[in-house]
Design a binder for this molecule. Structure first.
Ligand code: PHE
Length: 339
């Protein structure tokens, strides 16, 4: 009987397998219910008493070494299989790495910021949920005045609304700083409009403010002329048309010569040769006084433009909804932009 154990022990020591199936057959034939080792355990009661101790010890050893051999061989097989699965062609060309692109609104916003930063404007930001004071009252919108209807407002309560323009940020800047103030306020604004190709319930603005001693309408015109040429190229011309805003006096609308048809006439400029791009004007003295700036000492100009509008003209995007639909066919086209 002991011989039998030793024989099996030798077999275990020399056994090797090249596949998991082979190994499993080995396990079943040795350690399975009817396996050789299991059967020997069943023989135990037939062993004479004086040999029981030694037989038992040898048998346990055999069982252990069969188990260890299985574990050992299993590891060898799986690591060599991993190797053979590694069938990489190291000479194959690499997979192209897909680069994302910036959103056109970010591209144009960054470009506007860059132009104004280069002439000394700082960047200011403020909350999208505003109180009546910062969005309207401080900006000289009289209570119940129809001018408040110029901007269809999403009210949260009587006093709180989603800001309709980033002029609200400029009020905060004036309240917290004394002139000279030279700042632009980029940000998202909200108006209660039905969504169509030409209108949306939210869009983006950059508004600008410059307050110091002796700031004149000429400064306003030169600054915006400089901006327009940087944005649309040296051949771009501007014109100012009188307009009305409660917070500026005098107020104007700024047009740029049509960049699409070079003023020959096209359907974007409606054959006028001009495109409206922003509102502007000299800050109304009431606004300065509301923000604790001495209107007898200081004057200033302000302007505000829609980023979507500038992007529309730069990239000839005719439907405002494209900016917020996340359509990759649209967004992929801005990969070459520098900003
Ligand atoms: N706040 C105005 C708007 O949202 C734009 C504007 C800003 C006009 C500054 C004049 C001066 O339409």
């Amino acid at each position: 009987m002991l011989d039998k154990v030793q024989e099996l022990q030798q077999y275990v020591n020399s056994f090797s397998a090249t596949s998991l199936e082979e190994l499993e057959d080995f396990r079943i034939s040795f350690l399975g219910k009817k396996g050789k080792v299991t059967l020997l355990f069943n023989e135990f009661r037939n062993v004479p008493n004086d040999q029981k101790k030694e037989f038992g010890g040898q048998l346990n050893k055999l069982k252990k070494s069969a188990q260890n051999r299985i574990i050992e061989l299993k590891q060898g097989i799986s690591s060599s299989q991993n190797h053979s699965n590694l069938d990489i062609d190291l000479t194959a060309p690499a997979q192209p790495y897909e680069l994302g692109s910036r959103h056109p609104i970010s591209i144009v916003k960054n470009e506007i910021i860059e132009i104004f930063s280069s002439i000394g404007f700082s960047i200011s930001e403020g909350p999208e949920i505003e109180d009546d004071w910062h969005n309207f009252s401080a900006l000289n919108f009289p209570e119940n005045h129809p001018a408040r209807d110029m901007q269809d407002t999403f009210f949260i309560s009587k006093e709180i609304a989603l800001r309709t323009h980033t002029s609200s940020v400029q009020v905060r800047e004036m309240e917290n700083n004394q002139p000279p103030i030279r700042t632009i306020s980029p940000g998202r604004v909200f108006r209660n409009e039905a969504i169509s190709a030409r209108a949306h319930c939210f869009f983006h603005q950059v508004e600008g403010l410059f307050i110091d001693k002796d700031v004149s309408f000429g400064d306003l015109k030169q600054t915006l002329n400089y901006f327009t040429k940087k944005m649309f190229g040296d051949s771009a011309k501007i014109r100012l048309r009188p307009s009305y805003f409660p917070f500026t006096e005098p107020s104007a609308e700024l047009d740029v010569s049509c960049t699409i048809c070079n003023q020959k006439g096209c359907n974007v400029c409606k054959y006028s040769g001009w495109l409206e791009i922003m509102g502007c004007g000299m800050v109304d003295p009431n606004v300065l006084d509301n923000c604790n700036i001495d209107s007898t000492k200081y004057t200033g100009f302000a302007f505000g433009m829609g980023i979507e509008r500038i992007a529309q003209l730069k990239y000839q995007v005719n439907d405002l909804r494209l900016y917020s639909e996340n359509d990759l066919r649209f967004l992929d086209q801005f990969k070459n932009a520098n900003y």
